[in-house]
Design a protein around this ligand. Sequence first.
Ligand code: PLP
Length: 425
Amino acid sequence: MNGIADLSAEDLRALRNRVLGEYEAFRARGLQIDMTRGKPSPEQLDLANGMLALPGNGDHFTEAGEDARNYGGLQGLPEVRALFAPMMGAPAERVVVGDNSSLALMHDCLVWSLFKGVSNEMEPWSQQSGTPAFICPVPGYDRHFAICEEYGIRMLPVPLTGHGPDMDIVEELAADPDVKGMWCVPKYSNPSGEIYSTEVIERLAAMRTGAPDFRLFWDNAYAVHHLTPQRHEIANILELCAQAGNPDRAFVFASTSKVTLAGAGLALFASSAANVKWYLARAGKRTIGPDKLNQIRHVRFLKNIEGLHEHMEAHRALIAPKFDAVIDALDKRLSGTGIAHWTKPEGGYFICVDGMEGTAKHVVDLARQAGVVLTPAGATSPYGRDPHDRTLRLAPTYPSLREVQQASEGIALCILLAALEKHDA
Ligand code: PLP
């Protein structure tokens, strides 16, 4: 198809009428498909069904011979920390295993920094003179932004470049002493799918920050969630921070929510020795210890890091075709129109589409009327406001492949129709 900017007014109107007819036919199919949240499908959860019978009657002793049914073990079992150490990029002594949600760990770290400070030497963020602010790469994860909003942390959007955030802007913002932190999803980012380059990671580790108590919230949620045979690796933020003389700069988070069971996985934290000590001192006030039976269940099931990678291959076999289906539908309908571009992620859970400026809300509305529910437009920006009203986040993992194929056809149609209507307005 030709770029719509090149069409005559007459051709444009004819195309619009044809696309409207196709949209009406799509709507008449009465579909009901939810493409909003990046949840694993029931088939993905089934991959971990073997865990439901673990650790099994009587198998509740740790490698050290302790009874995992009882209180205690705040940092997590050594064998579990050793299992996930390679994924976290830290030795087992500097890994903490929490309960089931890494988002909860991020929330806790932020709240503790606000109310207790990041160390004994530093005033709590909330008691310092300015209003604390966070650098937020955009498009980003709506729940990160929601935590900031909940606690009155100002959000400073920074564009992503395809290899991580625009570092010239980040460095400029970080020089302000009120800027206390930054959200980063460094691999297969939510939702852009991008992988931070080594240069970006080196600059994040070494940049001058105005605040001595600045922290990178390094949310490596998709560390092992590959969509191609290539297991992309990124530079080790903890090592680079240490080399740059900023050993305490990064809090690293991850979880097995999208490895084993989304509601019953393990949440992980890793950082410098000082930060782990800080974390455990705070966490010890909040809990007497995590669910160690779930920790044992994970080691019995995954066994070792290779077992974990093999398990992720089974996920890939289920979800990669869904990503392909979305990209095929977008390619077929929108390639060459000049109205949209979209990511082709090599991992993670999302495809990000930038449609024509000023149309994203309308696309979401058109899709909803046709029975396809999309993430609200704006969700990928701080405060839910996309200044360009153009970014859409597509989450293809949960619906069946057939549903993803159907929904993607409809979504591509809605993107085209909204652009034609905008053009004609
Ligand atoms: N971080 C990112 C970037 C995510 O996309 C998600 C879930 O979609 C989470 C964290 C949630 O992690 P958890 O289930 O461990 O709380």
